[in-house]
Design a binder for this molecule. Structure first.
Ligand code: SF4
Ligand code: SF4
Length: 186
C-alpha cells in the first residue's frame, strides 16, 4: 500500500463513520416508540382489526347466531375448529340440527380469518385481546359457546276465533204469546 492508497482508505473510513454518526444523531432526536409493557397496559391501544383469538358474538340475552352449519370448520385449513352437533325435536314435530360444542384451538390457528368470513350468520369474530399467553398447550383449546345452549322457543299458540260482541248479538224475540194470553185472562 502506497501513501495515496493509505489516505484514500482513511478518508473513506472517516466518511463512513460520519454517515453512521449522522443516522445515530437523528434517531437521538426523534420521539421514542418503545412500549413500556406491561406498565402501560391501561393506555395500550391495540388496533381493532388485530386478530388475537376467535370468539362467539353473544347479545345481551346470551344468544348467539351460530346455526351449526359447520362452514367455518370445513373452511379452516388446519383443523383448528371442531364442532359437535345434536338433533333436537321441534314443537312442530320437525327435527333441527343444533350446536352442542364449538371447540377452537388457539395454538394451531394461523389467523387467516377464513372461518369468520365464511360464516353465513356472522356468529364469530376475532377479538383483539392479545394477552393469550398460558403455561400449557391444552389451555389454548377453548370452548367458544361457553354459555348453556338454549332450548328452541315454543311457537306462540294460534289466536282464538273472535267472539261476537254483545251489541252484535241478535235481540231476544218478544214474548208476544205470553202477553196475549195475559190479556185474554183479564
Ligand atoms: S383463522 Fe384460519 S386457521 Fe384460525 S380457525 Fe379460522 S380458518 Fe382456522
Ligand atoms: S360459526 Fe358460523 S360458519 Fe361456523 S357453524 Fe356456526 S353458523 Fe356455521
Amino acid at each position: 500500500m502506497n501513501v495515496k492508497e493509505y489516505f484514500v482508505g482513511l478518508f473513506k473510513g472517516m466518511h463512513s463513520l460520519i454517515k453512521g454518526m449522522e443516522v445515530t444523531g437523528k434517531e437521538l432526536l426523534t420521539p421514542k416508540v418503545t412500549e413500556q409493557y406491561p406498565e402501560n397496559r391501561a393506555t395500550l391501544k391495540i388496533p381493532d382489526r388485530f386478530r388475537a383469538t376467535l370468539q362467539f358474538i353473544y347479545d345481551e340475552q346470551g344468544n348467539h347466531k351460530c346455526i351449526a352449519c359447520k362452514s367455518c370448520e370445513r373452511n379452516c385449513p388446519n383443523g383448528t375448529i371442531k364442532i359437535t352437533t345434536r338433533m333436537v325435536d321441534l314443537p312442530n314435530g320437525k327435527k333441527k340440527m343444533k350446536l352442542d360444542k364449538y371447540v377452537y384451538d388457539l395454538g394451531s390457528c394461523t389467523f387467516c380469518g377464513l372461518c369468520a368470513t365464511s360464516c353465513p350468520t356472522s356468529a364469530i369474530e376475532f377479538s383483539n385481546d392479545f394477552e393469550q399467553a398460558v403455561f400449557t398447550r391444552e389451555s389454548l383449546v377453548k370452548q367458544l359457546n361457553y354459555l348453556p345452549e338454549k332450548d328452541e322457543p315454543v311457537p306462540a299458540a294460534a289466536p282464538a276465533p273472535a267472539q261476537p260482541k254483545a251489541s252484535e248479538e241478535k235481540p231476544a224475540a218478544p214474548a208476544a204469546t205470553a202477553t196475549n194470553e195475559n190479556k185474554e185472562n183479564q
